[in-house]
Write a new protein. Structure first.
Length: 319
């Protein structure tokens, strides 16, 4: 355990001292602490990582939503979010979706964790009965009470079904986030966000779970209802945030990666869409857990690029 109190004493700042004392009561640096919040009559667990080293308050916070069938700790480690947290000094929080069979152990193939993200393929009562938006809000509330979090730099990111859930949070809790990112996920719209925020959308052109051009979806749990093309997801966000009609297309550093940016949008926000040409349903640039479908790709460092995108944006204040 690395205590941060000596830094606070040396600085002699009362406010920083209080913040560092709160930081010091949990281990930092490559540690994951489990905690929970109460939602109705259910305790929902989450994973917390505090970055290594001494940091000046307040701290950014990244809310991470794992892919379908996985869990928060796998996403935090395999997708390199812990090392990115340590390098850049942000609080990392991994949420856990509910299990299809709540009383049974979570197993990828037969008892996966799935998000209540509005996906038509998710019909299990145990999943759709859960309020994952309230869960995310409660975790943010708990951490903002306990730690000195910079509320203007709170972000959400997810993969697959977690990417769809990150988009849902961006719509329904837009006042809490400066930016969101979704990798390999789509979201059925329920209206524009109440507060402008920046959005990064990453897709694999060879993704069988979120097919780039729409159509039938192949998952480890059988075929799910067809999905629309990913272009509809991009168009919805650029429309809702009143972005320019034509994007700025970045020069190709790698011919497999296409990046388009719409800006300025409402409140100075932006929408960025990235297509990885040789990517299936995997986190690009991460370490494989063997659960994805289609080809993997290292053409795009999703974790690094998403943090850079987040770091460039603060929450927009609407008068």
């Amino acid at each position: 355990m690395r205590a941060l109190r000596p830094l606070c004493c040396c600085l002699g700042l009362a406010l920083l001292g209080a913040a560092c004392a709160a930081w010091a009561d949990l281990p930092s640096g490559r540690q994951i602490v489990r905690n929970s919040v109460r939602i109705g009559d259910e305790d929902r667990a989450y994973s917390l990582h505090l970055p290594a080293g001494s940091r000046a308050a307040p701290w950014p916070l990244v809310l991470l939503l794992h892919g379908e069938g996985d869990d928060s700790r796998d996403a935090m480690t395999l997708d390199r979010w812990i090392e990115t947290s340590d390098l850049n000094g942000f609080v990392l929080v991994g949420l856990d979706a509910r299990k299809v069979q709540g009383v049974m152990p979570s197993l990828y193939n037969i008892n996966p964790r799935l998000w209540n993200n509005g996906d038509a393929g998710i019909t299990q009562e145990s999943i759709v009965a859960g309020d994952d938006v309230a869960y995310a809000a409660a975790v943010l509330d708990a951490l903002q009470k306990r730690y000195t979090v910079d509320v203007s730099r709170v972000y959400a990111v997810g993969f697959g079904g977690g990417g769809s859930m990150a988009q849902r949070l961006g719509l329904e809790l837009s006042e809490r986030f400066a930016a969101i990112a979704s990798v390999g996920g789509l979201h059925t719209r329920s209206g524009p966000p109440r507060n402008p925020l920046s959005v990064l959308l990453v897709y694999g052109r060879l993704d069988p779970v979120t097919p780039y051009n729409g159509g039938a979806r192949k998952t480890p749990w059988g075929d799910w209802p067809p999905s629309p093309p990913v272009a509809g997801d991009i168009e919805a966000w650029t429309h809702d945030l009143h972005c320019p009609d034509a994007p700025q297309v970045a020069p190709a550093v790698d011919p497999r990666v296409e990046r388009s940016t719409w800006q300025p949008c409402d409140g100075g926000t932006e929408v960025q869409a990235v297509t990885v040409g040789d990517l299936g349903h995997h986190w690009p640039g991460g370490h494989s857990d063997g659960h994805g479908l289609g080809p993997e790709s290292n053409a795009y460092d999703a974790t690094g690029a998403i943090w850079d995108f987040f770091a460039a944006h603060r929450r927009v204040r609407v008068q």
